[in-house]
Design a protein around this ligand. Structure first.
Ligand SMILES: NC(=O)C1=CN([C@@H]2O[C@H](COP(=O)(O)OP(=O)(O)OC[C@H]3O[C@@H](n4cnc5c(N)ncnc54)[C@H](OP(=O)(O)O)[C@@H]3O)[C@@H](O)[C@H]2O)C=CC1
Ligand SMILES: CC(=O)N[C@@H](CCC(=O)OP(=O)(O)O)C(=O)O
Length: 344
């Protein structure tokens, strides 16, 4: 059994981790921590766990002491010191936040306004996009779990960029996220009367996921890729849907693009390329670890339109983190993650 601990377990992504891990046959959750709820039972905060998982929140140090595999689900800038301790003690560490995602410290400084406390630690980090970096993840001890928007976008573009079927022009991406993406603290934007029955873009041309998206797309394409990324707040609890507009190279036709997507993902259980004519819909990935991709062609402009959708809490956070843990422990990648999505 893998002895798992979760730091920041009172937050949404932390709670989603134990909701899923409780069904994992090779995991024992040995400790979970919270600063605000230390000494309280989980059901005090999340009544759905009452009688199912009556663990008491402890402190961060006890989690590190007891567990061999530590997930951190904290606001940005707080994970490094825990990763350092885990590294020194030979424990595995997966960060659900952004502290181990960017390759360049200068990008982290610019977009997150933090410095690296332990720059050498970052030489060990692996970007946890499971389907793309599988072999590196298997060998890693520190994983930067991808952001939710970047997961939907990078999986949606990987086959196209890897096979250089796109024109060397900037890519336009419109993404929409449910409100759990903003975490559990109340904000003006996620207050029910403000977001309910409304819909708005935010952080236009300035969202902190932009450098992460460009970094990973550029690696896939082996050349610099630039994006115009606009996130929107969708008044639903869960789900991200990204609509991506990419000009195709002149000699590339849509049927070839579709074939490449199918070939690339044919052995990937969690990435589903939908049949031609179908449209990806976040309803049909909610509560699951699937990423559904539909492909569309605008012949007037010779443009590909990719629609890629995930559950932000699962493939966009806790599910992908568990998929990565499975890889790190040489377990079946699907273990604990075989949930069927909502059907209506
Ligand atoms: N929600 C999502 O869809 C996704 C989230 N993530 C990432 O996962 C991480 C956790 O996100 P999420 O669970 O949504 O966030 P929440 O705000 O819901 O939870 C974060 C938790 O961190 C703890 N915490 C510890 N120190 C602090 C501090 N100084 N300030 C605020 N909170 C603190 C809090 O618990 P306590 O006070 O009890 O210790 C809190 O419950 C973030 O880095 C987020 O970006 C990644 C992908 C998707
Ligand atoms: C709707 C909403 O507010 N979403 C969050 C992103 C989700 C998230 O938690 O960010 P990471 O994936 O980087 O951890 C935001 O825009 O900041």
């Amino acid at each position: 059994m893998v002895k798992v601990g979760i730091i920041g377990a009172s937050g949404y992504a932390g709670a989603e981790l134990y909701r899923l891990l409780l069904n994992h046959p090779h995991v024992e959750i040995v400790a979970i921590s919270s600063q605000s709820y230390e000494g309280k039972m989980i059901s005090h905060l999340y009544p759905s766990f009452y009688g199912v998982f009556d663990m008491i929140f402890t402190n961060d140090q006890e989690v590190i002491e007891k567990a061999d595999m530590i997930f951190a689900s904290l606001p940005h800038g707080l994970s490094e010191k825990y990763a350092k301790q885990c590294d020194e003690q030979g424990k595995k560490f997966i960060d659900l936040g952004a502290d181990f995602r960017l390759d360049q410290e200068k990008d982290y400084q610019q977009w997150y306004q933090h410095d690296y406390q332990y720059p050498q630690l970052h030489e060990k980090q692996v970007y946890g996009l499971s389907e793309v970096n599988r072999e590196q993840i298997k060998q890693a001890s520190i994983i930067g779990n991808p952001g939710c928007y970047p997961t939907s976008i990078t999986l949606g573009l990987y086959p196209l960029l890897k096979n250089h079927m796109h024109k060397d022009e900037k890519i336009i991406i419109d993404s929409k996220s449910g409100t759990t993406g903003a975490g559990k603290s109340l904000t003006e934007d996620t207050h029910f009367p403000k977001c309910n029955e409304s819909f708005h873009p935010y952080k236009i041309a300035s969202h902190r996921h932009t450098p992460e998206i460009e970094q990973e797309l550029s690696k896939m394409a082996h050349q610099a890729v630039h994006v115009m990324f606009t996130p929107h707040l969708l008044p639903v609890n869960r789900g991200i849907i990204s609509t991506i507009y990419v000009p195709l190279k002149d000699n590339v036709d849509f049927d070839d693009v579709y074939d490449i997507y199918q070939k690339t993902y044919q052995d990937e259980y969690f990435v589903r390329v939908l049949p031609k004519g179908q449209v990806a819909d976040l309803k049909f990935v909610q509560y699951s670890n699937f990423c559904d991709i539909s492909l569309h062609y605008d012949e007037r402009y010779h443009q590909l339109i990719v629609v890629s959708t995930i559950d932000n809490m699962v493939k966009g956070a806790a599910g992908q983190a568990i998929q990565n843990m499975n890889l790190m422990y040489d377990l079946d990648e699907k273990e604990g993650l075989m949930m069927i999505p909502a059907s209506f």
